[in-house]
Design a protein around this ligand. Structure first.
Ligand code: Q46
Ligand code: ZN
Ligand code: ZN
Length: 307
């Protein structure tokens, strides 16, 4: 099959856009499509200092690469949770980020080593609390949110970027709709605006299919960690992703339509973000904004007695 833009052989087809492209045109397309998402949802301004949370996976490393190519000044943040999984997951992730950085000497990487900084790895905390199968991920999300915001504030970044792609966003939306978690639905968006003490958070890959990101990483030669975090196995999110894949197989564009029409409904005032109205106060321990009385949920992790 030929590229839709030139006579070269097409290497990648996007059925939902009825578009097949050669390597050169696909790379161009992906960068410009991400740029359009940034413009469409007012995610970034050209003069802002940007901090991207990187995991060593294809999404965050590809996005970092694309943002640099779009001309943004972007530094990285890696949170080392100390996950091993029998193959040194966290250490390997860190290696991939270092390899990426070697090609981008203009960028800086902040590293938070959970064990060194707070005295325990994620598996140790999860084990200590005898949490259930889904719980390490809830704990992980809590830790990442806290530490991302802490570093953004401490180093004066204007905005925090994460590599969530369309498949991630569609799966979260699917799960929240199935359970009618209206509060979470109302908060899901490509941009979470800044509040006192909380940096703005944006997701420039929210309209990019996972396979589109993987194709970009492959063609661009970005070396990323293929292995998944060991805690992802058996998760509900993975199950929902599988179901959405089946729907996508039957009708190309389903995920994109599901997510984008949700954003339209949201814009039309369908969902109201009540949490944005809840007053925040500084945590007694770390000073970061929280709705909880006293200490924030992150600080309470370290105060819980060991069993
Ligand atoms: S890193 Fe963290 Fe994921 Fe691992 S512990 Fe769960 S949430 S699965 S994206
Ligand atoms: Zn071409
Ligand atoms: Zn706190």
């Amino acid at each position: 099959m030929k590229c839709n833009k030139c006579a070269q052989r097409a290497v990648f087809t996007m059925r939902h856009y009825k578009l097949s492209l050669c390597e050169t045109h696909y790379m161009e397309w992906f960068v410009s499509h991400t740029g359009q998402t940034i413009q469409k949802y007012h995610l970034l301004r050209p003069d802002e200092r940007v901090l991207i949370a990187v995991s060593g996976g294809k999404d965050s490393l590809s996005l970092w690469d694309v943002l640099i190519r779009l001309g943004y000044a972007v530094d990285g943040l890696y949170i080392d949770l100390g996950i091993d999984g029998g193959f040194g997951y966290s250490a390997l992730s860190h290696q991939k980020i270092d390899a990426f950085m070697a090609g981008h000497p203009e960028t800086r990487l902040h590293v938070v080593d959970l064990a060194a900084e707070y005295g325990a790895t994620l598996p140790q905390i999860a084990g200590r609390k005898r949490r259930g199968r889904e719980k390490p991920c809830a704990l992980c999300g809590l830790i990442k949110r806290h530490e991302m915001n802490r570093i953004a504030q401490a180093f004066g970044y204007d905005v925090l970027v994460t590599g969530h792609n369309l498949d991630d966003e569609a799966a979260v939306l699917f799960s929240n709709v199935l359970h009618w978690h209206t509060g979470y639905i109302a908060r899901q968006a490509p941009v979470l605006e800044e509040r006192t003490g909380l940096a703005r958070k944006v997701k420039p890959l929210c309209r990019a299919y996972e396979r589109e990101v993987a194709a970009y990483a492959l063609i661009r030669g970005i070396d990323y960690i293929y292995e998944e975090c060991p805690y992802v196995e058996g998760s509900r999110t993975l199950m929902y992703k599988g179901m959405l894949d089946q729907l996508e197989e039957e009708a190309a564009g389903t995920k994109l339509q599901f997510y984008v029409t949700f954003l339209h409904a949201k814009k039309d005032g369908f969902f109201r973000d009540e949490e944005a109205l809840v007053e925040l106060h500084p945590c007694d321990t770390c000073g970061q904004p929280t709705i909880a009385p006293g200490s924030c949920a992150f600080c309470r992790i370290w105060k819980e007695p060991e069993r």
